[in-house]
Design a protein around this ligand. Sequence first.
Ligand SMILES: Nc1ncnc2c1ncn2[C@@H]1O[C@H](COP(=O)(O)OP(=O)(O)OP(=O)(O)O)[C@@H](O)[C@H]1O
Length: 263
Amino acid sequence: VEPISLGLALAGVLTGYICPRLYCLFAECCGQKRSLSREALQKDLDDKLFGQHLAKKIILNAVFGFINNPKPKKPLTLSLHGWTGTGKNFVSKIIAENIYEGGLNSDYVHLFVATLHFPHASNITLYKARMEVWNPFLDVIGFGVSLLWDEIWEFYAGLDFLDLSHPPASASQSAGIIGMSGFWHSSLIDRNLIDYFVPFLPLEYKHLKMCIRVEMQSRGYEIDEDIVSRVAEEMTFFPKEERVFSDKGCKTVFTKLDYYYDD
Ligand SMILES: Nc1ncnc2c1ncn2[C@@H]1O[C@H](COP(=O)(O)OP(=O)(O)OP(=O)(O)O)[C@@H](O)[C@H]1O
């Protein structure tokens, strides 16, 4: 070990021990959490997250129900489901930013992406062991799963091009409709470890346009409605005939925008 690195590490530990306040001026401390405000999170979600009224409602109630519980028995576990590009990672970032100044970069936020961190099914035992170190309380107790099937169903039943004249016979049938079928029998669900399933609805043409406008503004361009419509038109939609929902959500609109601002 180089003397200088050792010195700095020791100084860090000692300063943290002797004078936590001073230490916290230079490093991120757990106690430096933002005081999470329902109004601020609601405003962020309202301003930034488009077309996800159900997700917003569940997330706000879940997060603040948890925060207001002085003795939670396990961490809050939200399971976000829905089509690609509809805002699942985006909302995680918004929540993290409302809790810690550093958002996803905070030392107290750990982001696991299944395809990146758990790529091989054969290594599942290893992944599980690692996860237990990160999240030791997850397996303590199971809570009931809260689902809003009625409201999800209301959304889909309002789409007259879908033949959904009868509500789903079971929760798992509903799950299939919102793209949860692959996950439905996982052990997390069987052991009731997930507190809330949060459905992300597919995004419509008007939501794509909203995403495109946000991106234009963040790149410092004037909003050009002609380009907004052209980029949105280039996306692919389902059902094929009616072209109602974007099949990639807002995910690829940003790269399509590059074409129009190739300077
Ligand atoms: N509902 C939304 N409202 C506003 N912006 C959105 C929304 N959905 C997606 N976006 C934009 O598109 C980007 C990509 O979306 P995001 O990564 O959150 O999708 P995802 O649902 O997590 O997709 P995947 O399932 O493929 O991981 C976001 O960073 C955000 O800029």
